[in-house]
Design a binder for this molecule. Sequence first.
Ligand code: ADP
Length: 442
Amino acid sequence: MRMPLRVEQDIFVVRQLGREVARAAGMEQQDQTRLATALSEVGRVLLAAGHSADVVFEAELNGVPRLRVAVVSPQSGNIAELKLQLGQVGRLVDTLEVGDGEPGTVVWMARRLPASAPRLTPERMDEIRAGLSEHVPGTPLDELSVQNQQLIAALNEVRAQRDDLARLNAELEETNRGVMALYNQLSQELEETNRGVVALYAELDEKSEQLRTASEAKSRFLANVSHELRAPVTAVIGLARLLNDPASDPLADEQRRQVELISSSAGDLLTLVNDLLDLAKAEAGRMEPEWAEVDLRAVFGQLRGTLRPLATRPEVDFVVEEPSVPMLRTDELLLTRVLRNLLTNAIKFTAEGEVRLAVRTVDDDVEFTVVDTGTGIPPELHERIFEEFYQVPGSRAITGKGTGLGLPYARRLAGILGGGLRVASTPGRGSTFTLALPVNPS
Ligand code: ADP
């Protein structure tokens, strides 16, 4: 559609037509007013600058459908000045460009059509064109009244929006107050919690310090007491032996029996004292391993020789395998003590079947296993047996003695050697104690 813009009167007509085109293309009321207003402003500015122009309406249908309006003047003018004057008008439409028409001046405007607008098929365009050609332009007075109505509608809308805005602001303020209150409460709670945590940590530090001192005191006490006890107990044993010596004055049978009792009790006491002393030393961290390349065949050979006399039950096979790992960097004395401890236990608690010592490499460790087919240990006691003095209920009846210090000591030594000691056991089936030592102790 095209129409001329020559005299002031035409501005009204262009304005009316612009609104009609926008309506026919499916724009909403507000957008119709925007486009019409933009068009009349462009017309007014161009006429005031001494231009005469043609207004061309086009529909742009590829991509997002838009209504495009070109206001084409054959005269060239000051483009920069026009741009300045139309700056505000540009806000009424999506795009507004002022350019050189070669020759002349062109103002392009475009506004998107809403998604709800009916599709602009060629037939629909023909229809719109036919409808608009019958359009009879109203008088300036008519246009003034339409404009007034639009102004009133716009003002109403602005007021409604302002009210909405005020309501929203009030709500927002309320919410803000709520959020602030919540925030204050939370940060107060957080602060309180933090204070609590700090106090707790301080207490924890203090307690662990106390614990450390207590544990050191215990080890010192054990070491001193057992050391002090060793001499008199040894003396008792010696004196008892002397009393029972055939070279001494002969004793009555009852007396001999009593002296033997003294001697055996003192022997038990000495074992306990020695065990305690060992454990105290290991716990005090005063034990420095002497690292060396240890020949495991020799260690196994020695264990085989010294423990065979203990494995007296014919129903029990005592097997020390040939070590599949010939050498290991460790402390020979400590390693031997741990293994002897485990083997002695296994022999004590096995009535029939087998006690077997073996060694193999597992990942970065060398694992020594002492497997027996003895009484076994209930699963809930697997950790307790590593506590000092703990003995599985009933086991004293089987062995007759024992201090309950062997396993805690063995585990200490395993730690000193850079490894660990663990147990797997099923009651009635037997136990497997595994000493894992690093191939490369640091
Ligand atoms: P002790 O042997 O002197 O009693 P230990 O610390 O060596 O002390 O062992 C603690 C307890 O663990 C033992 O009293 C026994 O109840 C249990 N135990 C240890 N080794 C075995 C084993 N091979 N089979 C069954 N029970 C065992």
